[in-house]
Design a protein around this ligand. Structure first.
Ligand SMILES: C[S@@+](CC[C@H](N)C(=O)[O-])C[C@H]1O[C@@H](n2cnc3c(N)ncnc32)[C@H](O)[C@@H]1O
Length: 232
């Protein structure tokens, strides 16, 4: 079972149809093969957020086969642009093929490599940042994401509740999951306690956090980065 009851999940999926056209085929095929793209309810949440915020510039960290980047590019219309980062060549090759099929190559800039190395080199500001990469890195990516987000912009972070186990005591977490558990908790504490962000945590998909940046974070702000990074 996911973080919500199976019956409720099925109901929500039944009332919210998947994409149609080529993007819908890519979505369906990815679910069938178990490629880790966003679930349909997260896709619907992104559609909703984009309809309200009308972003023009989006940064995505974690592209996989390019489903969510293509969805966001489609939602933004002619003058929108997505910059996306991924480091896994197999995913990258398939994403390039999907962008070609969808004819959206001009609307998506792909940066190949480790986001840990790439994020510090970026300087442009974005209206929306979609963080959907290695969960254990979120706490390290966070200061860069917030720096790169415009004031008034929204960061959407996927997969933050670790199948609901984020709520469990560390003693009940499998040893090999403990580091990620601590890091996700630190990330959640940071985004919910940060005075420069307004944050909402939703039980959509495997947990999504929405953060609005309310002001520039001053130099010297003490991030929780580092805490929770120790192995156990
Ligand atoms: C959950 S998938 C992304 C799914 C995609 N957002 C979608 O819904 O269509 C996560 C992706 O993040 C990439 N990734 C994980 N950690 C990364 C890192 N440090 N730098 C770059 N890419 C990373 C993986 O290679 C993988 O393709």
């Amino acid at each position: 079972m996911g973080i919500i009851d199976d019956k409720l999940k099925k109901y929500i999926d039944d009332v919210q149809p998947m994409k149609d056209g080529i993007l819908g085929e890519i979505q369906k095929n990815a679910y069938e093969r178990g490629v880790p793209i966003i679930p349909n309810d997260v896709a619907k949440l992104i559609e909703f957020i984009f309809s309200v915020t009308k972003p023009k510039k989006v940064l995505e960290i974690g592209m996989a086969i390019g489903f969510s980047s293509s969805l966001m590019a489609q939602l933004m219309g002619e003058d929108g642009h997505v910059t996306t980062i991924d480091r896994f060549d197999v995913m990258i090759d398939e994403a390039k093929e999907n962008f070609r099929k969808l004819g959206n190559e001009d609307k998506i800039t792909l940066i190949e490599g480790d986001a840990a190395k790439i994020l510090p080199t970026l300087g442009e500001k974005y209206d929306v940042i979609f963080l959907d990469a290695a969960k254990g890195q979120y706490i390290n990516f966070l200061p860069h994401c917030i720096r790169l987000l415009k004031v008034g912009g929204v960061m959407i972070t996927d997969d933050i509740l670790q199948n609901g186990t984020v709520a469990d005591d560390i003693g009940n977490i499998e040893r090999r999951q403990r580091t990620i558990h601590k890091r996700l908790r630190t990330f959640i504490e940071e985004i919910t306690g940060n005075p420069y962000l307004t944050t909402s945590i939703l039980t959509v998909g495997d947990g999504v956090a929405l953060c609005r940046k309310n002001g520039e974070i001053p130099n010297g702000y003490l991030w929780k980065r580092g805490h929770g990074n120790e192995e156990s």
